[in-house]
Design a protein around this ligand. Structure first.
Ligand code: GLV
Ligand code: MN
Ligand code: MN
Length: 430
């Protein structure tokens, strides 16, 4: 089992790697194509049944029972595991791929142990989880579940002005098929996403894996600041309309207001027009990422920052919003029982400030859980993101045990809607 994990991991390592040791694996690019080919090859190597849904997510189904996987899935909803293969700009190797590689390795481990599932088991690769290219995080799972309208997705543009529709065509996909896919959804009974931990809780607790309880509310907003281009040397300070000043106010305001309201706020992406050292900026666009444990506080923070920027002439648009998401508490406690004991120390239960496809599925009403694998650096969305090989193997074992439990009984045969205690996410469709 650890051998198959290790060899898959080495195969993926060079794909999309940059000179700083990080990764640029953006949706519907050549790097993404190579990752999708890798997924297909791993699926074929295991004799699994492959399909791609209307959102472009890849599925790979394991069913050794009587009849085809389609027939089996029609009566028995499956136990699904997986994550995503794309990355943020200069992201780490683990955020996403760890969940997909571990899922294939878990199938190998279960087969090696002679396990025969009583419901179909799948590995999924969700497309464009990070939203690094087109701006909307979890685009694949939002499209799949109808939480992002295809018309809106198709019109999104990347930094070069390429639309999502054009990117799909360039990747040999027909944009007119994009959208919610009920047939694919009808096969899902329960979903378990294994993910590298994106903080330091497991290091401090001294244990390799945890189960997740919930995801903080979070969203992205686009702020556009107008200005007037002019000469950097000859324009008097009093005569300037410098778009950068409003943007600077947003950046500093975000830190101040987040501190006051107990939230976090980040302005991690900016576009300056015309972008010349010796030209006063005529336009600046900045993207705010806002999150926090308390939904009302996050909303109030963004309202305050919006009012402040609008007051100096900016326009503000919400691009996406995901309210507090609770995973299925019954499933989490069941997995904690399978993975250890109901003891806080052996298998901790952690909340997270990071968004995940699992959260989108939970909001859509699917019984969903996450398993976190210890990250000794506590760093994520950076080349410093890491997990020790032994902990990765412990993660595979935990995932295999979880799927053995779900696919060894009738529990994965129906969706559990206890997770759907949240209002729908918003991919920006208003
Ligand atoms: C995804 O990793 C996010 O939380 O932005
Ligand atoms: Mn991420
Ligand atoms: Mn991720």
């Amino acid at each position: 089992m650890s051998a198959t994990f290790d060899s898959m991991w080495s195969d993926l390592e060079p794909v999309g790697r940059t000179s700083n040791g990080g990764y640029r694996r953006f949706a519907w690019t050549a790097q993404d194509h190579a990752l999708r080919e890798w997924f297909s090859a791993e699926s074929a190597r295991r004799g699994l049944d492959q399909s791609t849904d209307r959102a472009g997510n890849q599925w790979s189904w394991w069913w050794d029972g009587p009849g085809t996987v389609d027939e089996a899935a029609a009566g028995r909803r499956g136990a699904v595991m997986g994550s995503h293969l794309d990355s943020v700009p200069d992201g780490g190797a683990f955020d996403g791929p760890l969940g997909v590689v571990s899922a294939f390795a878990a199938i190998d481990a279960l087969r090696e142990a002679g396990f025969v599932p009583s419901v179909p088991v799948a590995v999924v690769n969700f497309v464009d989880e990070e939203g690094a290219r087109f701006g909307i995080a979890c685009a694949g799972s939002r499209l799949l579940t109808g939480q992002l309208a295809p018309e809106r997705a198709l019109a999104l543009t990347d930094a070069d002005g390429t639309t999502y529709a054009e990117a799909l065509r360039a990747a040999d996909r027909d944009p007119s098929t994009l959208g919610r896919d009920q047939e694919a959804l009808d096969r899902v009974g329960a979903f378990v996403e294994l993910h590298v931990e994106q903080g330091r809780a497991l290091i401090d607790l001294g244990v390799p894996v945890a189960v997740s309880s919930d995801i903080w509310p979070h969203g992205r907003w686009r702020f556009d600041f107008p200005g007037e281009a002019n000469h950097a040397g000859t324009t008097r300070l009093v005569d300037r309309h410098d778009a950068m000043i409003g943007y600077a106010d947003l950046v500093l305001g975000a830190r101040t207001v987040a501190t006051q309201r107990g939230c976090v706020a980040t302005v991690g992406k900016v576009q300056v027009t015309p972008g010349g050292v010796n030209a006063i900026p005529s336009h600046v666009t900045g993207w705010l990422d806002a999150r926090g444990a308390d939904e009302a506080a996050v909303v109030a923070m963004v309202e305050e920052l919006t009012a402040r920027s609008v007051g100096i002439g900016a326009s503000v648009e919400r691009e996406s919003w995901t309210p507090t998401t609770h995973f299925d508490a019954h499933l989490a406690s069941r997995l904690r029982g399978v993975l250890g004991t109901e003891d806080e120390v052996s298998v901790p239960i952690l909340g997270t400030g990071a968004g995940h496809d699992a959260g989108i599925l939970a909001t859509a009403g699917y019984s969903t859980a996450m398993i976190f694998v210890r990250n000794p650096t506590g760093v994520s969305h950076s080349p410093a993101e890491f997990a020790e090989p032994d902990d990765c193997h412990a993660g595979v074992a935990a995932l295999a045990a979880s799927i053995a439990d779900l696919a060894g009984s009738a529990a994965a045969t129906s969706t559990t809607t206890s997770a759907a205690t949240t209002t729908p996410t918003d991919g920006g469709d208003r």
